[in-house]
Ligand binder design. Structure first.
Ligand SMILES: Nc1ncnc2c1ncn2[C@@H]1O[C@H](COP(=O)(O)OP(=O)(O)OP(=O)(O)O)[C@@H](O)[C@H]1O
Length: 772
């Protein structure tokens, strides 16, 4: 019997010093279906019952705990009495075998049937001894109590916009070097994408360009191909001593490496043109040496580039003919604006009077007009290529949205979903979602976005420990149609009754669980990792056929990771543009993909905000996701009959208990919690109404991290202080307003009403019924 089966069985024990060894559990497995009788069930012979010397704090005799001594190892286990546990398992079996029909003994209906969309209260019929006992002792984690109602969100009827990806033309129809065309054919690229068809001739013509097309539409080649063509056609031939001729600036290190790799591949057709890259986290000395040797095309992140511009003599910008700003809206927004301004100033300084000769190309899937003005850029009458406008199907879209917000195209094969989850249930729902895809489904490559690095650290550590082992599915099972997983799928789909499993399948499961094959690999990617680790994770996830990447927004822009099936946003992106880029990590170049966002009931307006940009989402009911846990725990305790609430509660308890015993993990959880609370307070003001810090239930979110501590005890005092400050600020503002109103008197128009076009001006009128 494997560890995870033992661990799950330990859930049946309320408190323990050490779990007993496998014989103890195996015995339960054999007997769990027989009629319960106290006498008939004794622990294996090697276990000797011991009396308690004195009642301890942790182990109270009233909790029916018993000491068993393993006579072979001389180890003592404080656990619920053997007969008690056997009874629990037996009761569970009897009760849950009711399935969706009324219990034939009690006439009552099983809990799951009762759980309708708004009904999260515990089943009054539920008689799970373990859970009830935990509840009495205050350990029971009341996941399904006291949650806000999940609102009904009507469909908006807004029509999404998507762009056509491929054009009918091939690369050979362009006026570019044959070597490049044949090189591209080696990668299997014969047809161009639409953005390449429009973008390449524009760059070849020497005009400044603003290129906007949806994520995964091949923008990289739309500038890389013409630049390579122009450089390789120059006479005399370009040499290393010509120095830097093309500068490509991108926001993240991974994207820099990815773009550099494209240039490396394309330069195979012109080995005399030398590409290079500069990214933070690498040794500067090595980078300086590369620059000294001479680089013609340089892909760089802005911070490290400026560093070299100011401190490396061998990096001269005087010959730069091409400046590419990929993900331009990101690079020119507030975060990077200063860096970009400095780069552009350096270029202008080193090329006095030559700005005209330098061609500038800006690209993004969410390029807004006027973005080039942000960093004081002066593009010479740039040509705008917007594929959503070029695409004839989209030229006169039937915009059913009356919003003035710009429409943002997302791939047509990308399905958008949202999941409304009360705060307390977030962790178990995420776990269930991951299991549903990695365990039962074929969509095993997932990216999960979190708000902070600490959240990424914690969830990666936790899920690696708790969920990885859930997924041990053997090769044998994959080919066997009657296997547990495929059967669970059939049950989920409603084709088969849950109750008719048999012993033979149980034996099989035990065998299968010993197999290591199919364990979910959880990896993480964020800005606070060493460059070595970041590169290794990026490479391994890119090449993997399955796995879960937990990351921050560092992975949201430009990264091309093939075969990603699902994008999960555990925390909502701060802006709609960020949402578009995050979900764009899937459904690339016409492939299919799905994206789901976790929202609290109070955050529903975010769905409306996305709709204003013509991004429409469908709902996935939380219960449908949580159902998976029922089957996941079935594999572990070998019974299909754990009601959803119990399984979710069981998993939550398991996490909470793990945190109590693992200080490191507890520390990670605490940091994750504090960082989450801080991040929530810093949503930009455009969306602050939807992510109201004041409405945040700190206790519920602590539970969503598996923490039992109170928010104050968690060191969230900083967060609490922030919350208090926000409240105080709002009160002050309100007070000020009141005083202002009082000073102005009832008949006067207040200042803000006089200047704001949105104000009705009615505030200033005397209230009805009040005497003047
Ligand atoms: N002509 C083509 N035919 C087939 N595949 C292509 C073609 N051009 C590019 N691709 C592939 O499309 C994928 C996406 O390309 P790329 O990363 O350039 O997209 P993008 O538009 O820059 O996406 P994002 O907006 O997310 O940065 C890559 O895997 C690339 O190999």
């Amino acid at each position: 019997m494997t560890d995870h089966i033992q661990r799950n069985l330990v859930l049946n024990f309320v408190e323990k010093d050490e779990p007993p060894d496998k014989d103890y559990f195996q015995d339960f497995q054999k007997r769990k279906r027989s009629t319960y009788s106290d006498d008939a069930h004794q622990p294996p012979a090697k276990y000797k019952k011991k009396e308690f010397d004195k009642p301890s704090k942790a182990v109270k005799p009233s909790q029916d705990l018993v000491k068993y001594e393993n006579t072979e190892t001389n180890r003592v286990h404080k656990i619920p009495s053997y007969s008690d546990t056997a009874k629990n398992i037996s009761d569970n079996y009897n009760r849950s075998s009711i399935s969706d029909r009324p219990n034939k003994f009690t006439g009552k209906v099983d809990s799951e049937q009762r759980i309708k969309r708004h009904d999260f209260s515990p089943d009054p019929n539920s008689c799970n001894d373990n859970l009830e006992r935990d509840d009495r002792r205050g350990l029971m984690t009341s996941l399904f109590k006291g949650n806000p109602d999940i609102p009904y969100v009507p469909e908006s009827g807004v029509e999404r916009i998507s762009e056509k990806v491929f054009s009918d033309k091939s690369f050979s129809s362009l006026n570019i070097a044959n070597q490049i065309v044949s090189n591209l054919q080696k990668f299997g690229f014969s047809s161009m994408t639409l953005v390449q068809e429009k973008g390449i001739p524009c760059v070849l013509s020497g005009q400044d360009c603003l290129i906007k097309s949806q994520t995964g539409s091949g923008k990289t080649l739309s500038y890389a191909v013409p630049i390579i063509h122009n450089l390789m056609s120059q006479t005399p031939r370009v040499t290393r001593s010509d120095g830097l001729l093309a500068l490509i600036v991108v926001p993240t290190r991974e994207l820099a490496l990815q773009s550099y790799q494209w240039f490396e591949k394309l330069c195979k057709s012109c080995v005399w043109v030398v590409p290079g890259y500069l990214i933070g986290g690498e040794k500067k000395k090595a980078e300086k040496a590369r620059l000294r040797k001479g680089v013609n095309i340089l892909v760089a992140t802005p911070g490290r580039l400026i560093d070299h511009v100011h401190h490396t003599k061998n990096l001269s910008l005087s010959n730069v003919q091409y400046l590419v700003i990929d993900e331009a809206d990101r690079l020119l927004d507030l975060g990077y604006e200063r860096n970009m301004t400095s780069i552009i100033e350096s270029l202008n300084e080193q090329q006095p009077g030559l700005e005209k000769r330098r061609q500038t190309i800006m690209l993004s899937a969410t390029l807004s007009p006027g973005v080039e003005k942000l960093a004081g850029m002066s593009l010479q009458s740039p040509k705008t290529i917007d594929i959503s406008a070029v695409d004839s199907e989209q030229e006169t879209p039937e915009n059913t949205s009356d919003s003035t917000a710009p429409a943002l195209a997302t791939p047509k094969n990308l399905s958008h979903y949202y999941l409304l989850v009360p705060a307390k249930l977030r962790l178990v729902t995420l776990a269930a979602f991951v299991l549903s895809k990695c365990m039962y489904g074929d969509e095993k490559k997932i990216i999960i976005f979190f708000a902070t690095q600490d959240m990424v650290d914690y969830h990666t550590a936790l899920f690696s420990q708790v969920l990885s082992t859930f997924c041990k599915v053997s090769r044998k099972e994959k080919s066997d149609k009657s296997s547990l997983a495929s059967r669970a799928e059939r049950v989920l789909a409603g084709f088969e009754d849950e109750s008719d499993d048999d012993e033979s399948e149980e034996e099989e499961v035990e065998e299968e669980c010993d197999d290591d094959e199919g364990v979910i690999l959880f990896q993480k990617l964020h800005g606070n990792m060493t460059q070595e680790d970041r590169s290794a994770v990026f490479k391994s996830f890119r090449e993997a056929a399955a796995g879960v990447l937990m990351c921050t927004d560092v992975a949201s822009r430009g990264l091309d990771m093939p075969k990603v099936c699902w994008i999960v946003q555990f925390n909502a992106a701060c802006t709609v543009a960020d949402y578009v880029h995050r979900v764009g990590r899937t459904a690339r170049v016409d492939a299919a993909g799905s994206a789901i966002i976790f929202l609290a009931p109070a955050e529903v307006p975010y769905i409306r905000l996305l709709e204003q940009h013509r991004i429409t989402l469908k709902e996935v009911a939380m219960q449908n996701v949580l159902k998976t846990l029922k089957f996941a725990s079935s594999i572990m305790v070998k019974s299909y009959h754990h009601a959803m609430e119990e399984s979710a509660t069981g998993l939550q308890l398991r996490v909470e208990n793990l945190l109590l015993s693992d200080k490191h993990l507890h520390d990670l959880a605490r940091k994750a919690y504090v960082s989450f609370v801080r991040s929530y307070a810093s949503y930009p003001k455009e969306v602050r109404d939807m992510f109201s810090f004041k409405a945040l239930h700190l206790g519920h979110y602590a539970k969503s991290m598996g923490l039992r501590d109170t928010p104050a005890a968690l060191g969230a005092s900083a967060a609490l202080r922030a919350k208090r400050e926000i409240k105080e600020r709002a009160e002050k503002k309100e007070k000020k307003k009141k005083m202002q109103r009082a000073r102005q008197g009832p008949g006067q128009i207040p200042k803000h009403a006089a200047i704001s076009e949105f104000d009705s001006g009615l505030d200033c009128l005397p209230k009805k019924g009040k005497k003047k």
